[in-house]
Design a protein around this ligand. Structure first.
Ligand SMILES: [Zn+2]
Length: 215
């Protein structure tokens, strides 16, 4: 897994308030160690939920199947936000549900999840966001940021506001969503449009481990 270590940027930390120099914080290496130990970091040729192809896939479910690990990671993400400043967590199904729920538990607030129907994320099952509410978006992996942007639109469309974004992993660049962002693990891994994918050109079989194409 040496390549994964190479792929991790220097501890990117969070963009929340007062995160520097705290004792007892989980750092990027500890988070990576958890993902590696649980076999969540896989090498091959993968179709990501975003539609991009990559040689690396991080299967968060390998880690989140252990509630105590989900709790530790969620507690760390929740530290960047103040419970009194957030009314609810909003996460995308399926990937964001477990970690979003655990972050909501850490903050003692409500959590709703949006599901993709006809290629749009929507709140179903009687879940809603009310006008004036302050939402924290929690995702498992940010790859292109497409789902996050959709969720921001969904929340703002309901007359609510997004006060922050938390994610276990962000792949590639440090994206600016104009909200306070907390990311546990930043990965520099290769991802390509299908037309530019060297693994496709090499004839390597494509796997689709994400939920959008298979759910
Ligand atoms: Zn490919």
């Amino acid at each position: 897994m040496g390549r994964m270590r190479d792929a991790v940027e220097g501890w990117a930390g969070t963009h929340g308030a007062g995160e520097e120099g705290r004792d007892g914080d989980m750092n990027q290496w500890e988070a990576l160690e958890i993902f590696e130990r649980e076999g969540a970091v896989q090498k091959g040729h993968f179709l990501l939920t975003s539609g991009l192809h990559s040689d690396t896939y991080v299967q968060c479910a390998r880690v989140l199947q252990h509630p105590h690990l989900a709790e530790s990671l969620a507690d760390e993400l929740a530290k960047a936000f103040q419970p009194e400043e957030v009314d609810l967590v909003v996460s995308p199904a399926l990937g964001g549900i477990i970690i979003g729920y655990m972050v909501a538990m850490a903050l003692r607030i409500r959590m709703v999840f949006a599901e993709r129907a006809k290629d749009r994320l929507a709140l179903r099952r009687g879940q809603s966001v009310s006008r004036g509410e302050r939402a924290l978006i929690v995702e498992d992996v940010i790859t292109t940021g497409g789902s996050v942007k959709e969720l921001i639109e969904l929340v703002e469309g309901a007359g609510a506001s997004v006060i922050g974004l938390g994610a276990l992993i962000e792949r590639g660049e440090d994206r600016d969503f104009k909200v306070s962002k907390s990311v546990l693990l930043r990965l520099e891994t290769s991802a390509w449009e299908a037309a530019d994918c060297p693994l496709c050109r090499g004839g390597v079989k494509l796997e689709a481990p994400g939920s959008r194409k298979q759910a």
